[in-house]
Design a protein around this ligand. Structure first.
Ligand SMILES: *[C@@H]1O[C@H](CO)[C@@H](O)[C@H](O)[C@H]1NC(C)=O
Ligand SMILES: *[C@@H]1O[C@H](CO)[C@@H](O)[C@H](O)[C@H]1NC(C)=O
Length: 265
């Protein structure tokens, strides 16, 4: 029982989330946008391509086409930063990155997941309103409605944005001119300023201005664990506590069990 539990604990705690691949191919890198993937025209954004593999070279693509954009850091650290400055609407689109190890032949990685970069201000601003109230208690739900001023006869998607978060937090297709976003099982960390926008999910990826901001306030229950513990941490703490209890029980048993065995051998 104990060795099994220990090896399970070690499996959970000792092995990190590192990508170990059996076939020797290079795992895909991750691509993120800073400060955000939704930006106004003329602003600057840094696209970061990251992989745990060191000593590789990176490539950035937009819609499959290789881009040559200034890179800030040499790729010895497994990180490349691509700077897109003074953004124009034509730079909106689907970006991916990949890396390769020089050799003969070069070995290249798989492409990262697609990052959708949106440049706002090309379609009229939508409005955002909240059903019921903006002050809620942890565990409750809030529904936000985003509405565009005119019905557009082209494919459109809505996105819900939260200030300080680099990616939209929800995407929804419209019902007529509007859509409802629901935020469920809220916790204190969901407190913040929300806005919405809509965009064309295909080229030329035109995007509206963001709506007005709505501040949502989520109050935690007194005495409830705050949002600081992730579920994974709670599981680890729980397993650690269980192990301590089992060890205490074994010690207790060893201490109080009869010193001689009943058979007398
Ligand atoms: C903790 O919060 C949940 C909702 O997230 C609530 O149902 C529960 O009653 C709270 N517990 C305490 C001890 O306040
Ligand atoms: C929301 O925005 C307002 C105005 O910028 C600011 O005063 C407020 O602190 C923000 N709320 C949160 C939770 O960040």
């Amino acid at each position: 029982m104990i060795p099994k539990l220990l090896s399970f604990l070690c499996f959970r705690l000792c092995v990190s989330q590192r990508d170990i691949r059996g076939d020797g191919s290079l795992p895909k890198p991750s691509l993120t946008a800073w400060p955000s993937s939704v930006l106004s025209a003329q602003s600057n954004v840094i696209l970061r391509c990251w992989t745990p593999t060191r000593g590789v070279d990176f490539i950035l693509r937009k819609g499959g086409t290789i881009l040559s954009v200034p890179k800030s850091r040499e790729s010895t650290e497994g990180l490349a930063e691509f700077h897109l400055n003074d953004l124009k609407g034509s730079q909106a689109g689907e970006y991916t990155c990949e890396y390769y190890r020089k050799g003969s032949p070069d070995i290249s990685s798989q492409r990262s997941d697609v990052l959708l970069l949106l440049v706002t201000g090309y379609l009229p601003k939508p409005s955002l309103r909240v059903y019921h109230q903006v002050k809620v208690t942890a565990g409750e739900k809030v529904t936000l409605q985003c509405q565009m001023p005119d019905r557009l006869f082209m494919p459109i998607m809505f996105a819900l944005l939260k200030a300080g978060t680099s990616l939209p937090i929800q995407y929804r297709s419209p019902t007529g001119r509007e859509t409802d976003f629901s935020l469920e099982d809220l916790t204190g960390s969901d407190t913040g300023n929300y806005s919405c926008m809509y965009y064309q999910p295909r080229a030329p990826f035109q995007a509206s201005d963001p709506s007005n901001q709505l501040e949502i306030l989520v109050t935690d229950w007194p005495g409830n664990a705050s949002g600081d513990y992730t579920q994974g941490n709670l599981i680890r703490l729980g397993l650690g506590a269980l192990l301590m209890v089992i060890m205490a029980a074994l010690l207790f048993e060893a201490w109080y069990s009869p010193k001689e065995s009943p058979s007398g051998s």
